[in-house]
Design a protein around this ligand. Sequence first.
Ligand SMILES: Nc1ncnc2c1ncn2[C@@H]1O[C@H](COP(=O)(O)OP(=O)(O)OP(=O)(O)O)[C@@H](O)[C@H]1O
Ligand SMILES: [Mg+2]
Length: 247
Amino acid sequence: MIEINNIAKSFQDKEVLKGISGTFDKGKCNLIIGSSGTGKSVLLKNIVGLIKPDQGSVLYDGRDFTHAGKEMQTEIRREIGMLFQGSALFDSKNVEQNVMFPLDVLTKMSKEEKIERVNFCLKRVGLENVNSKMPSEISGGMKKRVGIARAIVNKPNYLFCDEPNSGLDPQTSMVIDELINEITKEYDITTVVVTHDMNSVIEIGEKVMFLYKGNKLWEGTNEDITDSGVSELDDFVFANRMMKKFR
Ligand SMILES: Nc1ncnc2c1ncn2[C@@H]1O[C@H](COP(=O)(O)OP(=O)(O)OP(=O)(O)O)[C@@H](O)[C@H]1O
Ligand SMILES: [Mg+2]
């Protein structure tokens, strides 16, 4: 479980996060949702330590990451896998080298062990016999799969995904969401997914945090999201025509 306490962050005089608290459960896909520019990515970056919060703390299974010394921070970082927005593969490395990268940097595994683990993860995300393909030779959906394989290759306890479906068609998006959800359950990972996709909320939103202009306005499940009584959330949920029918 990850716990965040009163996280605040400003850039110059712009208050982006205004004191956000909450928990992300183990074995679940915990979603952070909200409109563009509301602070989702900034919150995620604060949680993984890419940005230091002005105030508050992040606890990984009780370990205070924000105020930890270098050694403890490094230990926690090794337990984190991340799927970046747009996949962020290395263009000059092939699929196998991309997925192997965290093992090269973080472990002392032998070449054979690394290849075995890479192949296991590629198979798990439904990619086989593409090891030597370059990122420019594969589709957007395949890139996401490679990104997921890379994020789980070092057996993370915590998995973060920033907009895993951006740029994908609705069907492929659903497949990717399902894959992240299955992997989360299978390996009992604490997964945090940032999204503004209502389809993801409906499909995998068993625990959802709604951000609005730097505040957490609501928390709940996809089952109760349509009758939250929070007007800002209703505007987000019912933004498209199809959903309006259910209003
Ligand atoms: N490094 C930075 N310096 C200054 N302002 C920043 C920085 N990073 C983010 N911001 C500002 O913080 C606000 C929230 O940005 P953030 O990227 O978290 O939005 P978001 O909710 O992820 O939106 P989107 O759905 O479009 O990805 C924006 O107004 C953005 O301009
Ligand atoms: Mg973002």
